[in-house]
Ligand binder design. Structure first.
Ligand code: MG
Ligand code: ZN
Length: 371
């Protein structure tokens, strides 16, 4: 009898071994995305998302099944700014407010875009602010103060980021050009045009052919608000994915709904709703791509909440918000949500810190070195 049991154990053990070895190796390894699309709603807390859902009824965000919460405090303050929290997401490290991917001691912190370039992935930044603003800047520049946007423009020009779409041409043109924010003669658009396509109008955007890279700056500073800008965030996101997804080795794209934050600073509930819905439309573009491509991780998160926004009255059936309040006009320390879809998505569930975004994205890039 004893012999029988041992034999049975041996047989079942062999069976298990056979089962494991018949699995493809990749199925047993942890899921690693080939493409990463990180969408950041600047100032997008739970109330901003709720407001968007009440008015839009259904959000693309609802397609995400893996959710987490992130602490956002910076290296030197409980309430972060977009530079410090952006740095946490771009590099995996906490830094002081105003710092653009440099440490407290002003040492450069390597960004997810720099890691992506090392493994021959193509990269992109798409925003509705100036492209030199804190959130995009942290991904490809290293500057002590976010205010130094002319230096950020110089670093972005040399960064090798394949797709840059947003506003801010004023930071790239010489002081002899009307509308320039520079105090030198540098013409970064001319320098960029030596190795990429530079466009500044909606017409050029719409007529853009089959290109591998593009710099599109459609306003002197920020783009207009959600109902006025053209190209819009969704169109720019679509274009960026179309260009970047041609690369066999994958891509990293950051898309920012930059102006949810600004409406929060202005205590403008209608503005929050407009920008939130516009951002959700861009999320839909990223999700549509990921649904047809099982190698793409889509992450949606915020750098912090803005305004201490609260919804006090309205109606779900009428898709209407009638009463809101703000605690102040600056950022708050509340945790922000992170929504994840695709390979690696389950890594983002639970309560964590915003550095988790940078750490995990860099980890994926290092264990997936397609050359
Ligand atoms: Mg921003
Ligand atoms: Zn802000």
């Amino acid at each position: 009898m004893k012999y029988m049991i041992n034999n049975w154990k041996l047989i079942s053990g062999l069976f298990l071994l056979l089962l494991i070895s018949s699995f493809p190796a990749s199925a047993l390894e942890k899921a690693v995305p080939k493409n990463i699309i990180l969408l950041i709603g600047d100032g997008m807390g739970i109330a901003q998302i709720t407001a968007g859902k009440i008015v839009k009824k259904h959000l693309n965000l609802e397609e995400f099944k893996q959710l987490g919460l992130l602490m956002t405090h910076s290296g030197n303050a409980l309430v972060t700014d977009s530079a410090a929290s952006g740095t946490a997401m771009a590099t995996g490290y906490k830094t002081d407010n105003k710092a653009i991917s440099v440490s407290h001691d002003d040492e450069p912190l390597k960004t997810v875009i720099e890691y992506a370039q090392e493994v021959n992935k193509v990269t992109g930044l798409v925003v509705t602010s100036s492209i030199t603003h804190a959130t995009p800047a942290v991904f490809a520049a290293h500057v002590k103060s976010r205010k130094n946007q002319t230096l950020i423009a110089e670093q972005l020009s040399k960064s090798g980021v394949d797709v840059l779409l947003g506003g801010g041409w004023g930071y790239f043109v010489p002081n002899t050009t009307k509308g320039s924010f520079r105090n030198d003669h540098k013409n970064l658009l001319v320098e960029l045009a030596e190795h990429t396509i530079v466009i500044q109008t909606e017409k050029e955007f719409n007529e853009l052919g089959d290109v591998d890279s593009v710099v599109g700056l459609f306003a002197r500073k920020a783009l207009p608000g959600a109902d006025q800008r053209s190209p819009g965030l969704s169109e720019m996101t679509q274009k960026a994915i179309q260009i970047l997804s041609k690369n066999q080795k994958g891509f990293f794209l950051m898309v920012e709904g930059s102006q949810i934050d600004w409406a929060g600073h202005d205590n403008d509930a209608d503005g929050i709703i407009r920008e939130m819905i516009d951002f959700d439309n861009a999320i839909g573009i990223a999700l549509d791509f990921a649904k047809n491509n099982n190698e793409t991780l889509v992450l949606v998160t915020a750098d912090h909440e803005t305004g201490g926004f609260a919804i006090h009255d309205g109606s779900v059936t009428k898709q209407q918000i009638t009463e809101t309040q703000f605690t102040q006009s600056d950022h708050t320390a509340e945790m922000v949500p992170v929504f994840a879809y695709g390979p690696g998505a389950s890594d983002f569930t639970g309560i964590g810190d915003n550095t988790k975004i940078g750490k995990l994205l860099i980890h994926y890039l290092q264990i997936h070195p397609l050359k």
